[in-house]
Write a protein that binds this ligand. Structure first.
Ligand SMILES: [Zn+2]
Ligand SMILES: [Zn+2]
Length: 352
């Protein structure tokens, strides 16, 4: 029998959805030692010489070291699981236990973590609702008292999350690019410009800058763009992309809460045009490599095309609301098992 592991002297409570990596780093920081030292103890315990990233016993040993109840560092799928469109049961967004997907680890609130940097996969975005602390990538800010931020975070955690939308899935990057385009074309004062001045961010040209200064607008816009009822008719390629832009532009301007301008219109034309080209690719997808003429069912084809053409709006269309036109037969669609393992990538036109 192995002797019980001696626990480390400083006790840390894991925060919600904290990653094992993040907790290990925090443990090292709290003890003023190197992360390698903690890892060495774990390796000794496991009798290995290299770090076994996928070994579940790593989690057990770290929990013992930190004197934590068994299992607290394992992610809770019920609370934090991602909704995915995987085709296991259907292609609609659902929390699939077979896929058991989690969000990409993101920077955690520094107040929650006692000032020690860590990462979390908890259901949510960049704002801590307890401390009003903003954390995304390297940006940390206090947004206490800034209207709209809390509502935005709540909308992300409720409605957007159940559509499979999170900080890393691409839709918010695209919404951020719309805001950037509008901002470039507007000279007057706006809530976004006021926040930029208050926080000290000069440009909205990166995803993290735009997200911090225009979180309420980006979340509202992403909500509108990923609503199947809004986006399905826009993706109907039997009407020209220019006409579809005229339908979508007022929706976008209302969601942002501004008057549309030339720059916003121009950007909308390019996004809708790109989406329409991706739809034509989608219609041409064959069901599999083996068949020459059998077309891929629209629900799977939408997911394949959204990824291959980097057009995330296709993921949110309702296949039953689309005309079933015969496309020019093109590439074969990958199997569902391949599609569900693709990592999410931001659109060509999105901010990254
Ligand atoms: Zn699944
Ligand atoms: Zn917090």
């Amino acid at each position: 029998m192995k002797i019980a592991l001696r626990t480390l002297p400083i006790r840390l409570e894991p925060i919600e959805g904290e990653t094992v990596d993040g907790f290990t780093k925090r443990l090292a920081q709290a003890h003023q030692c190197d992360e390698r030292d903690i890892r060495r103890i774990v390796l000794d315990r496991l009798g290995r010489s290299w770090w076994p990233a996928a070994d579940q016993r790593v989690v057990d040993v770290i929990e013992q070291l930190a004197d934590l109840p068994s299992g607290v560092l394992r992610p809770d799928f019920e609370a934090a699981g991602m909704w995915v469109r995987c085709g296991h049961r259907s292609w609609r967004p659902e929390k699939c236990a077979k896929c058991a997907r989690f969000a990409e680890p993101r920077a955690a609130c520094l107040e929650c973590s006692g000032g020690l940097a860590t990462t979390t996969i908890a259901r949510g975005g960049a704002l801590c609702l307890t401390h009003h602390h903003w954390a995304h990538r390297a940006l940390h800010a206090d947004v206490d008292g800034m209207p709209g931020y809390e509502n935005a975070e709540q909308l992300l955690r409720s409605q957007l999350w159940t559509r499979g939308v999170a900080l890393h899935t691409g839709e918010l990057n695209l919404a951020a690019a719309f805001i950037h385009a509008w901002h470039q074309g507007s000279g007057g004062s706006s809530p976004i410009r006021d926040r930029m001045a208050r926080i000290g961010i000069p440009h909205l040209d990166t995803y993290e800058n735009a997200l911090l200064c225009a979180y309420p607008e980006i979340i509202r816009l992403a909500y509108a763009l990923t609503s199947p009822r809004t986006i399905t008719p826009i993706l109907d390629v039997t009407t020209s992309a220019l006409t579809q832009t005229d339908c979508l532009l007022p929706v976008i301007a209302t969601a942002i809460g501004v008057e549309a301008n030339g720059a916003l219109r121009e950007f909308t034309v390019s996004v809708v045009g790109h989406a329409h080209r991706s739809m034509l690719y989608m219609y041409g997808l064959r069901s599999s490599k083996q068949v020459k003429h059998q077309r891929c069912p629209l629900n799977r084809a939408l997911m394949a095309a959204a990824h291959r053409q980097r057009a995330c709006l296709l993921r949110h269309a309702n296949p039953r609301g689309l005309p079933d036109i015969a496309g020019t037969t093109g590439q074969a669609s990958p199997r569902a098992g391949v599609i569900r393992n693709w990592a999410s990538e931001a659109d060509e036109l999105a901010l990254t």
